[in-house]
Design a protein around this ligand. Sequence first.
Ligand SMILES: *[C@@H]1O[C@H](CO)[C@@H](O)[C@H](O)[C@H]1NC(C)=O
Ligand SMILES: *[C@@H]1O[C@H](CO)[C@@H](O)[C@H](O)[C@H]1NC(C)=O
Ligand SMILES: *[C@@H]1O[C@H](CO)[C@@H](O)[C@H](O)[C@H]1NC(C)=O
Length: 359
Amino acid sequence: LFCITFLSLLLPNPTYFWAWKSQLSQPVADLVLRNGVIYTSDDSLPFADSMAVANGRVLRVGNRSFFQELEGYGTQVLDLGGKVVVPGFLDSHVHFIDGGLQMMQVKLRGVNKKEEFIRRIKDAAQSTKQGSWILGGGWNNDLWGGDLPAASWIDDVTPNNPVWLSRVDGHTGLVNSVALVLAGITNLTDDPRGGTILRTANGEPPGVLIDSARTLVASKIPEDSVDDRREALLRASNLALTRGVTMILDMGRYYRCDNKVSHALSEWIYIGGVKAFSDGSLGSNSALLYEPYVDHPDNYGVQVIELEALLNMTLESNLNGLLLLLVAIHAIGDKANDLILDMYVVCDSKSQMAQVGRL
Ligand SMILES: *[C@@H]1O[C@H](CO)[C@@H](O)[C@H](O)[C@H]1NC(C)=O
Ligand SMILES: *[C@@H]1O[C@H](CO)[C@@H](O)[C@H](O)[C@H]1NC(C)=O
Ligand SMILES: *[C@@H]1O[C@H](CO)[C@@H](O)[C@H](O)[C@H]1NC(C)=O
């Protein structure tokens, strides 16, 4: 069974929000919020004006009169002046570690001048060890008139470091000449299947790699270290918290998931389910469609997995009709969606047969 797990990272646990009818006898709150509009999602009191917190947990939510007894020496009292308080948000689809890693790289989003583009790479080169990769992304050539960037823009400022810079859509990469040499890309290199090495009029590659041609260089970039990934997790967590996001579903690919039941990996992380792919994406012309792409009359997209294998995997995760692991299957094209929905129907009838068989 090849499957992809997705994890829920529980930051401060919002469940405790509802613990407002505290059984504790006379605890002292660290923090009391007053004069707010606090959404409780409890029908008996949907909005309250006060909330008490102790040890990072919500102690009580209610109206002012219930709070005097929780205030003691050291209690901080905050007047919200009518501001709204809601439980933490759940972001149900993120790529958390990747996002955190991007936060540690050169940011080119919004750059609208060649000079600024070069300046940011030059700054990055000054703080990067000789020989180490300079990674970054987010550039959009439409913002400076449309000309694609070239290795020649940045070669002078990066003589000793290979550079990899993704376009904002993720389908095109700019590399410098050091990276071209590392990857062995010359005017004689053939375009790989599904990709293009951009060429100048005289056949030289100026450093722009499209779709699968990106892997010629991307495969040379060392894997992120555990420390880098840990740092990425912290950065992404901090960003999430500044936006009020206290729980995330990470649609990540971490390990083969042979465990058949959802389970907690720790107090903060649990396996939410399994993820598989049925096709590619519209952006890369690989979503599976009934009709060909207008700009590629022979291309109907790609089906990336055999349907029977997907059915087997889904049945395993849904053994005897008991949802053991939540199944999430990526399907973008209309044909891919039909294939998956039909597959779910088969899966459902087989599961019911299995249940009947057991009775
Ligand atoms: C409690 O306070 C909220 C917000 O000020 C208010 O909407 C609600 O009517 C109050 N409930 C009671 C029972 O006083
Ligand atoms: C490729 O580049 C080399 C060195 O710049 C040059 O000698 C050769 O003629 C080029 N070949 C083609 C096919 O453009
Ligand atoms: C799917 O499961 C059936 C029944 O166990 C098996 O015969 C078949 O080979 C499996 N197919 C694939 C593609 O895994």
